[in-house]
Design a protein around this ligand. Structure first.
Ligand code: NDP
Length: 484
């Protein structure tokens, strides 16, 4: 057999790529054409269910090099001075992002990084904006439903988007970012990434602190205007995916500098707002960025399905020296992401090469669909035959304190736990007049595309609650153009 025969999926030489087996030249196709059957059956099974949000993604491999010294805060090997770790990054469309959408939609973008560390996989699964729409994971399915398709005509509908937003005033900070210039990144290379949540870090002495991750693009933040985005949606809808692939192919490797904000453990109790509220940033003046290292992406994927479609990121992938926090959206995600992968690509998704840790796996999980790595005895624990045992040091890392009655309530511990304060700061202290003008223009355009009463009046109230002048300009603009 030469090296270049097409084969069946079983590895035997294939009979033909063009002619089915028939009874005579004009007769029926025969059931014993098992190659034809294999080809049709494989084609019918090519798709796995796409991700609910963030379905369209572009990825690359690379490395993360530690350039700073944060060893006082975390013992994680991946963040120790001089460490170099292989990474895999995925950038994706946001809430209503199905696999076929344009890369230039006004929406958040996913920004996920998997570190193949010497202590197991560590994932930072974030976005290109530092905050999220909602605080409570119970609202997450409805956030996504409102941004996706109606039941009756299966189309997107800005009326339901704004209906949900205006009934969720905690969304105002993120909506302000997305309606501003940063709502449409020029490419995946030209956007920052943020870990969104407060996470915990634990140092060698067992001390815990809270941490927020910031990936600053070394290419510079660049965004598209609404007009540019609308044009590209028609002429070059995969522009960001192609841009990443082409840049790496020509040796222009994109990089991001990772910085962290560190909050001492005790600060969280008395800070002016709840630092675990994912709709808020920690002001830089209070918690300045500390440089950790740089991620450089230098290798393109070669098979989008096996490496990107089957990639499974999740905030539950934590390593020694890192941990979760009381952020309730983070806790919801730490269940939901792993569960989404189990539902989408199977319970053994960690064995797919792109997800597989580069350290030995000695778990007692066994069997299940598509398991490809052998398990060995003993298959249970505790045991007396020398099977792996847990690391007591790991158990000692989980130690933030919580108590109280069981309730269904929002965060109420801190004096500045509001919905709109940081959105107002963004509008008034960060954006200049020209940026505010563009935001007003963008909101008017978005709202005019299908928002009806009574949601419409609530949209004006929503923006007036953030900033009266901006709200009035939006109302004036929408009413004036709808009366024409
Ligand atoms: P700073 O002045 O220190 O930070 C303002 C930050 O705003 C900048 O560092 C930049 O983030 C970001 N920014 C600039 N232009 C825009 C824009 N058009 N849309 C969204 N973000 C933009 O002040 P504070 O730290 O006190 O934050 C003030 C406000 O800035 C916050 O309410 C929040 O809306 C926004 N912001 C704050 C961040 C933080 O972590 N503190 C991060 C991002 C935004 P970057 O440097 O990451 O590019």
């Amino acid at each position: 057999m030469t090296d270049n025969f097409t084969t069946t999926d079983g590895g035997a030489p294939a009979p033909s790529s063009e002619r089915s087996l028939t009874l005579g030249p004009n007769g029926p196709i025969l059931l014993q054409d098992t190659y034809l059957i294999e080809q049709l059956a494989a084609f019918n099974r090519e798709r796995v269910p796409e991700r609910q949000p963030h379905a369209k993604g572009a990825s690359a491999f690379g490395r993360f090099e530690v350039t700073g010294d944060v060893s006082a805060y975390t013992k994680a090997a991946v963040f120790q001075p001089g460490a170099v770790t292989d990474v895999f990054a995925r950038f994706s469309s946001g809430n209503n992002g199905e696999r076929g959408v344009s890369d230039t939609l006004r929406d958040t973008r996913g920004f996920s990084v998997k570190f193949y560390t010497s202590e197991g996989n560590y994932d930072i699964v974030g976005n290109n904006v530092p905050i999220f729409f909602i605080r409570d994971p119970l609202k997450f399915p409805n956030l996504i439903r409102a941004n996706k398709r109606r039941a009756d005509n299966d189309c997107h509908d800005h009326n339901m988007v704004w209906d949900f937003f205006t009934r969720s005033p905690e969304s105002s900070h993120l909506v302000t970012v997305v309606m501003g210039d940063r709502g449409i990144p020029r490419t995946h290379r030209h956007m920052n990434g943020y870990g969104l949540h407060a996470f915990s870090w634990i140092n060698v002495g067992g001390e815990i602190c809270w941490v927020k991750y910031h990936w600053k693009t070394d290419q510079g933040v660049e965004c598209l205007t609404q007009q540019e985005a609308d044009r590209l949606a028609g002429t070059d809808p995969n522009c960001s995916m192609l841009d990443l692939h082409r840049a790496i192919a020509r040796g222009e490797f994109p990089s991001w500098t990772l910085g962290v904000q560190i909050m001492p453990y005790e600060d969280a109790k008395s800070y002016r707002f709840n630092p675990f509220d994912v709709t808020k940033v920690w002001p830089h003046a209070d918690y300045p960025l500390i440089e950790v290292g740089r991620m450089t992406l230098d290798r393109n994927v070669t098979d989008h399905h096996t490496e990107v479609e089957q990639a499974a990121f999740g905030p539950h992938n934590i390593v020694p020296g890192t941990g979760l926090s009381p952020d309730r959206l983070l806790l919801g995600r730490s269940f939901a992401y792993a569960d989404a992968h189990r539902a989408r690509i199977g319970v053994n998704h960690h064995q797919i090469p792109v997800n597989a840790p580069k350290v030995p796996v000695r778990s007692y999980s066994k069997d299940g669909r598509m398991r490809v790595q052998n398990v060995s005895d003993p298959v249970y624990t505790p045991n007396t035959v020398g099977g792996p045992a847990p690391d007591p040091a790991r158990a000692a890392e989980v130690h933030w304190a919580a108590d109280g009655e069981m309730v269904r309530e929002g965060y109420t511990l801190h004096p500045d736990d509001d919905d709109v304060g940081q959105a107002r700061t963004l509008l008034r202290a960060v954006m200049d007049e020209a940026q505010r003008d563009r935001l007003v223009h963008n909101v008017i355009g978005h709202v005019r595309a299908g928002v009806r009463e009574p949601v419409l009046s609530r949209v004006f109230d929503y923006w007036c609650a953030i900033d009266r002048e901006v709200g009035q300009r939006i109302e004036h603009g929408v009413r004036a153009t709808s009366n024409q």
